[in-house]
Design a protein around this ligand. Structure first.
Ligand code: GSH
Length: 203
């Protein structure tokens, strides 16, 4: 199995964390959507990371679809998203909020990085970052002060998605320690666990 993407990407990293949490062996090709356009498009016509190449050559795209497959095949009796019911909905809701926050954060970053300075629209950047902050604030409010996990008392995609989103938010200049202190504390705790520590990108 081969994961295509760099762990600086929150979407790639959530897949890498899940693979490690499920103890699935994998190789990683550190390609990114901008620097390796052709190579990435050859695997994912949309030109985005992550993609996951299975051992039989099938290529899965989009982190949500990839995780759905990993849960189905490797989740056993305790998948990272429960298989149904209100518990599944709760986990997917938090994961959707966190990954939507990443979408907004990246929209801001793309605008900042790809639009020439004279055409840059600062209110748009600020609006995107405000949406990101608002979603992460809502997740922060769900965390019990000393809880290790957001939901269900064990690791789920909610924790993984919140972790990668908090990291991206910090990278974009959001002061998570002040604005989402519980989420920041949880992220520090998770970083002590192997799936999180071993996927940490180099500074
Ligand atoms: N919904 C997708 C988003 C993937 C995504 O936006 N990846 C970024 C890297 S963080 C990318 O490849 N961007 C390049 C582009 O959009 O051209 C997922 O969950 O996998």
């Amino acid at each position: 199995m081969r994961l295509i993407g760099v762990n600086r990407s929150p979407y790639t990293r959530r897949v890498a964390i899940a693979l490690c949490a499920y103890a699935v062996p994998f190789e990683q090709s550190e390609l990114n959507g901008f620097g390796h356009r052709e190579a990435v498009r050859a695997l994912n016509p949309l030109g985005r990371i992550p993609a996951l190449e299975l051992d039989d050559g099938e290529v899965l795209v989009d982190s949500g679809a990839i995780l759905d497959h990993l849960d189905e095949v490797h989740g056993g009796s305790m998948p990272l998203a429960p298989r149904g019911g209100p518990e599944r909905r709760a986990v997917l809701r938090v994961a959707a909020l966190a990954m939507g926050a990443c979408d907004k954060g990246l929209q801001a970053a793309y605008h900042r990085n790809h639009v020439p300075a004279e055409r840059r629209h600062q209110p748009w950047i600020e609006d995107c970052l405000a949406q990101m902050g608002h979603a992460l604030g809502a997740i922060d409010a769900l965390l019990e002060p000393n809880a290790t996990h957001l939901l269900l008392g064990h690791l789920t995609h909610a924790d993984i998605a919140a972790f990668v989103a908090e990291r991206l938010a910090r990278g974009l200049g959001i002061d998570t320690a002040t604005r989402m202190p519980r989420l920041r504390t949880q992220a520090k705790r998770l970083l002590e666990l192997a799936p999180f520590a071993t996927t940490e990108p180099a500074a």
